[in-house]
Design a protein around this ligand. Structure first.
Ligand code: SAM
Ligand code: DTB
Ligand code: SF4
Length: 338
């Protein structure tokens, strides 16, 4: 089993190299079965890290990490039932429902992010999906943030026909929409939208040539096979996402997933490594959960191939390490921001 996983990496790498040399589009050739990904997880930790670091170095500068800053432009009061989410109206959390932020306030936050060295600004809204009257002010925000010289990203929920086109026209560079988990576990976490709904939104984003940002949450009580199942879904897309956020569940009181047994940190690092190996060209983002992680574990995630983070003291509603703390960590690790 272990040998076959290693062999399959070598075979995939060989295939990719030979196709790269003949100038054939490479993004459709990496095909991973769930069993092969489980076999990666089962490798001795050092062997898995070695494989991940080898793939990482073949595709990226190993000492460069992309930084994005998040802003919740519309907080709370969401109609959906995502079991991890403090913004769902039906759960009693400390998050209050707010209206859409004003353009000037968004631009001030974007300027601060830029001054702090972020290269991308991600705007998140607690919506099932945007209504047309909601989308219009967001299009304006995207255009103005882009004009400031920042890359733009938005996460607004499910997109209906025609909405991806409008986002593209406004200058959106990335759309974030997570698959969250494997299809087999999905129904335990969310019932108000289907897995296929999510895939349909990702197709709409792809079809207008906006970069896809899609990943999931680890530590929701899913099995290792289901963690591998999530990665298989992402890695086997016709074109894997350009950006793959791997979130560690941030447990928030009042949500159904609060109290879930904590995941072994090494299993989280293994998930990052398996994402790196199965999606060699994608940015893998060490996403939510850094606030509860030691700096040692974060360093291991970078070693496993994570090359993107959220930067700034807040994610959407929960805490993230202070920018000054991250600056020091990057300096200690010799990491450069991109
Ligand atoms: N409402 C939109 C949607 O669900 O697509 C956009 C915002 S939503 C908060 C974006 C993503 O944040 C979710 O898909 C989920 O993966 C992640 N997320 C939300 N709450 C989280 C938590 N407590 N821990 C980790 N990730 C979380
Ligand atoms: C993603 O995968 N993680 C970010 C971003 N995409 C939008 C959100 C994390 C949210 C964590 C919980 C919160 O702060 O509300
Ligand atoms: Fe709403 Fe998004 Fe939270 Fe789900 S994850 S409850 S859709 S804000």
């Amino acid at each position: 089993m272990l040998e076959s996983a290693t062999q399959s990496i070598i075979n995939t790498e060989n295939l990719r190299t030979s196709l790269t040399h003949s100038h054939v589009e490479t993004t459709t050739v990496n095909r991973w079965s769930v069993d092969e990904i489980v076999a990666l997880f089962e490798l001795p930790f050092s062997d898995l890290m070695y494989q991940a670091q080898t793939v990482h170095r073949a595709n990226f500068n190993p000492n460069a990490v992309q930084v994005s800053t998040l802003l919740s432009i519309k907080t709370g009061g969401c109609s959906e039932d995502c079991g991890y989410c403090p913004q769902a109206a039906r759960y009693h959390t400390e998050v209050e429902s707010e209206t859409l932020m004003k353009l000037d306030d968004v631009l001030a936050a974007a300027q601060e992010a830029k001054d702090n060295g972020a290269s991308r600004f991600c705007m998140g809204a607690a919506w099932r999906g945007p209504k047309q009257r909601d989308l219009e002010p967001v299009l304006k925000m995207i255009a103005e943030v882009k004009a400031m010289g920042l890359e733009t990203c938005a996460t607004l929920g499910m997109l209906k026909e025609g909405q991806a086109e409008q986002l593209k026209d406004a200058g959106l560079d990335y759309y974030n929409h997570n698959l969250d988990t494997a299809p087999e576990f999905y129904g335990e976490v969310i019932t108000t939208r289907t897995y296929q709904d999510r895939l349909d939104t990702l197709d709409r984003v792809r079809s207008v040539d906006i970069n896809v940002c899609s990943g999931g949450i680890i530590g929701m009580g899913e099995s290792r096979i289901q963690r591998a199942g999530l990665l298989a879904q992402l890695a086997n897309m016709e074109r894997p996402p350009e950006s793959v956020p791997i979130n560690l569940l941030t447990q928030v009181e009042g949500t159904p997933l609060h109290g879930t047994e904590a995941l072994d940190s090494f299993e989280f690092v293994r998930t990052i490594a398996a994402a790196r190996i199965t999606m060699p060209k994608s940015y893998v983002r060490l996403s939510a959960g850094r606030q509860s992680m030691s700096e040692g574990i974060q360093a291991m995630c970078f070693l496993a191939g994570a090359n993107s983070i959220f930067y700034g003291e807040k994610l959407l509603t929960t805490a993230n390490p202070e920018a000054s703390t991250d600056k020091k960590l990057f300096a200690r690790l010799g990491i450069n921001k991109i």
